[in-house]
Design a protein around this ligand. Structure first.
Ligand code: F6P
Length: 365
């Protein structure tokens, strides 16, 4: 069957993650094989607005499966609110016009929730798009998993393993901060896989008394170390009641000065130390969780998602996201994805699993 798509553009947008290059490779190889021209757009939506592109041939996407990051570059720029020479401007029409100038029939956007929304806006402005769910946060709606999550969970789990040995040697409690934006998937997954004794996620505001009680009970049973895995968006019940947001921006600008907020792990460590009187340390894993080579699971997922995108492009199916449902990669309408966030539901099986191995989740389960 002849392909219905002559030319595609492909861009990566938002925070990077392991697997982006594997996904670009999957889309590009499948598209090139069926005779579709592939144009790489540099640095996310900014590259489209500034018309910075490169033609991609098979050799350009060879040997990149295992490489971390994205060779196309990424940015958090949004076409409808872009900083241009110090002014915030709506560049949507320019973005669409540049895509048309490059004869792009469909723009393939690899990104998380922000990217899904931005792609939807471009679609509404007259450009056909297709998206893939990328983020270490695993919080994109209408897909069981996002790529990048498995790799990041493996890194965070290894970090927890390493913290275990030093916490145990020094009989300490160590708080480990794990990314995830407003969702707790990463902290919960890595926390269970790493055997954390306490896991705090944004979806369940934590009760400090409950956490301290759990840590003291461990001491009482002669378990003289504890690991507390805390999601960056975790918030105490007290703060939640006082209207504190689940995830405050890490950097705030005040009077032209950028202030870096105290890491959540530091706050939780201080709270525990004050309430329990035990020695506590903290570690914030930060961007380590987004670096390096993807796991085998992510490489496989990216290749499956990318090649499924290739199939959809060949049949001319646009304005969908390729999601995962069971064993299948499926097309879901982008309108059902954009603007939504997939949080950990209160009855999720992983929470029960954690409780059954006596892990405290910040409240009585
Ligand atoms: O969305 C991915 C993510 O790593 C989040 O977990 C985190 O909150 C955010 O990006 C950090 O963004 P930046 O790299 O822009 O600081």
């Amino acid at each position: 069957m002849a392909t219905k798509t002559k030319t595609i553009g492909i861009l990566t947008s938002g925070g990077d993650c392991p697997g982006l290059n594997a996904a670009i490779r999957g889309v590009a190889k499948a598209a090139l094989q069926q005779g579709t021209k592939v144009i790489g757009v540099l640095d996310g939506f900014r590259g489209l607005v500034e018309n910075r592109t490169m033609a991609l041939e098979d050799k350009d996407v060879s040997g990149i499966l295992t490489h971390g990051g994205t060779f196309l570059g990424s940015s958090r720029d949004k076409p409808h609110k872009m900083s241009m020479g110090g002014k915030i401007m709506d560049m949507t029409e320019v973005a669409v016009a540049n895509a048309k100038k490059n004869h792009i029939d469909c723009l393939v956007c690899l990104g998380g929730n922000g990217t899904q929304k931005n792609a939807m806006r471009l679609h509404e402005a007259g450009l056909d798009v297709l998206t893939l769910p990328k983020t270490i946060d695993n919080d994109v709606a209408m897909t069981e998993i996002t790529f990048g999550f498995d790799s990041s969970m493996a890194i965070a789990t290894e970090a927890i393993d390493r913290l275990h040995t030093t916490a145990s040697s020094h009989h300490r409690a160590i708080v480990c901060e794990i990314m995830g934006h407003k969702a707790g998937w990463l902290a919960l997954g890595a926390g269970i896989a790493g055997g954390a004794d306490v896991i705090l996620i944004p979806e369940i505001p934590y009760d400090l008394d409950c956490v301290v009680e759990h840590l003291m009970a461990r001491r009482h049973h002669n378990k003289r170390f504890s690991i507390i895995a805390v999601a960056e968006g975790a918030v105490s019940k007290k703060d939640a009641q006082n209207g504190k947001k689940k995830k405050e921006p890490l950097q705030k600008e005040k009077d032209g000065v950028v202030l870096i907020e105290e890491p959540v792990a530091s706050r939780v460590a201080r709270e525990i130390q004050q309430a329990a009187g035990i020695e506590v340390r903290f570690t914030s894993l930060g961007h380590v969780q987004r670096g390096g080579t993807p796991t085998a699971t992510d490489r496989l997922l990216c290749t499956r998602l990318g090649t499924k995108a290739g199939e959809l492009l060949a049949e001319g199916t646009y304005n969908v996201m390729v999601g995962v449902r069971g064993d299948e990669c499926v097309a879901v309408p982008l309108a059902d994805v954009a603007g939504k966030t997939k949080l950990v539901p209160p009855d999720h099986a992983w929470l029960k699993t954690a409780a059954l191995v006596d892990t405290c989740i910040g409240e009585k389960f």
